[in-house]
Write a protein that binds this ligand. Structure first.
Ligand SMILES: NC(=O)c1ccc[n+]([C@@H]2O[C@H](COP(=O)([O-])OP(=O)(O)OC[C@H]3O[C@@H](n4cnc5c(N)ncnc54)[C@H](OP(=O)(O)O)[C@@H]3O)[C@@H](O)[C@H]2O)c1
Ligand SMILES: [Zn+2]
Length: 364
């Protein structure tokens, strides 16, 4: 199962809206005779890749044990159901990392296997939680109809993301910025508020490492994004979420420049309603979302309790007044304030990374 998990991760950034899945086939002596993973959306599933790999090496999979990180599928999607293929191949045992939360499958794959006389077992709790963590976005979209949201912020020792005059380049060092590019490559989309575009003109792409560029999303109620902003490029991966009332002339200019524009509901402050924006992103196949700022947008995700994970980069500086990450948030007592669980911390250059799961995040 550990090998299957490692294989699954090879699909990072390429499988959404499908999950990442890995599969290992072992013979009766527990020798690996086939392995595979779901390489990209629309491509063969991990089980089929592993069966093909075994056949290519002249191995017979009859009587074998199949280790797969997610319940084999039972429905005709882009490809025929894997559970039926496993039954037709005559495998004896299937060990599953986690049940498929997709209502089209959810137990149906297991039923097909058991009806064919195949012994089905679940992996142990530790493996199961690793499988769930790997596909947290897939689980969230099926369970909660929104992506799994990770907040990334660079801040000073006094919790400030920028100075009063909005300047923030660069609070943290180059090592921290490289980590941020890794995080971008691990998420389907990265989101900022329009002020960050106006003040910093970021590209929001993956450049310091090898990796897939995420969809770049801007919350911009009045279409203030400049048509020549760097974030818009010809790759059709910049999405501006605006309000129903935004000017359609501006929309046309932005679309001509290569941006996609979507309309969403606004909240009582006339800002984009975060929940509506997240539901829209889920409908577009975004399973995991990284929110990069600035303070206004990060604060909105926190105060709406629509954030699941934080990764904060804390620089050894004191910035004084300026903007913090939890604007307009107040708690009656310390116990009701947000906590992190599963906290990890480490030094990154001269900065400290603290990350963990937010207490307001629902179960996987
Ligand atoms: N340290 C860091 O990690 C970091 C990261 C990013 C940015 N920054 C700094 O942050 C500064 C900008 O911060 P900021 O707080 O002014 O702006 P921001 O968070 O980048 O953008 C805020 C703007 O986004 C729009 N928006 C739409 N829907 C929203 C919603 N639900 N909640 C909040 N905003 C929404 C609003 O403008 P409309 O009403 O016009 O839509 C709002 O004024 C930048 O200058 C940059 O230097 C720092
Ligand atoms: Zn399948």
């Amino acid at each position: 199962m550990n090998r299957a998990l490692t294989l699954a991760k090879n699909g990072m950034g390429r499988t959404s809206p499908n999950p990442m899945v890995g599969c290992v086939i072992a013979d009766s002596s527990q020798n690996i005779i086939g392995e595979g993973w779901h390489k990209k959306y629309g491509g063969p599933h991990a089980e089929i890749e592993a069966i093909n790999n075994a056949h290519e090496n002249n191995h017979d999979v009859r009587g074998s044990t199949v280790y797969v990180t997610l319940e084999p599928c039972s429905h005709y999607g882009k490809t025929p159901p894997c559970a039926k293929r496993l039954a037709a191949e005559g495998v004896s045992r299937v060990i599953i990392g986690m049940r498929d939360p997709n209502q089209l499958v959810n137990g149906q794959g297991i039923k097909i296997l058991e009806d064919a006389g195949i012994q089905v077992e679940f992996a142990d709790d530790d493996i199961m939680s690793q499988c769930k963590l790997l596909n947290k976005g897939f689980i969230f979209v099926h369970k909660y109809h929104r992506p799994f949201v990770s907040l990334k912020a660079a801040m000073s020792l006094d919790g400030r993301m920028c100075l009063d005059n909005n300047s923030s380049k660069w609070i943290t060092g180059i090592e921290a910025r490289t980590e941020a590019h890794v995080m971008r490559s691990e998420n389907d989309a990265v989101l900022v508020g329009v002020n960050t575009i106006l003040n910093d003109d970021p590209e929001l792409t993956v450049r310091y490492i090898e990796g897939v560029n995420p969809l770049r999303v801007i919350l911009d109620s009045n279409l203030k994004t400049p048509p020549d902003a760097k974030v818009i490029s010809s790759d059709n991966k910049c999405l501006i979420i605006t309000s129903e009332n935004a000017d359609s002339e501006k929309e046309k200019i932005l679309i001509d420049k290569g941006a996609r524009v979507a309309r969403a509901a606004v909240n009582h402050n006339n800002h984009i309603d975060i929940k509506s924006a997240l539901e829209y992103l889920a409908s577009q196949g975004v399973l995991t979302l990284m929110v990069e700022g600035g303070p206004g947008v990060i604060s909105s995700f926190l105060s709406n309790k629509l954030a699941d994970y934080v990764k904060f980069f804390i620089a050894p500086r004191i910035l004084g007044e300026g903007k913090g990450i939890s604007l307009n948030m107040n708690f009656a007592d310390v116990n009701s304030a947000f906590m992190l669980s599963g906290v990890k911390s480490r030094l990154c250059g001269n900065d400290v990374i603290i990350e963990g799961r937010l207490s307001c995040s629902p179960d996987l």
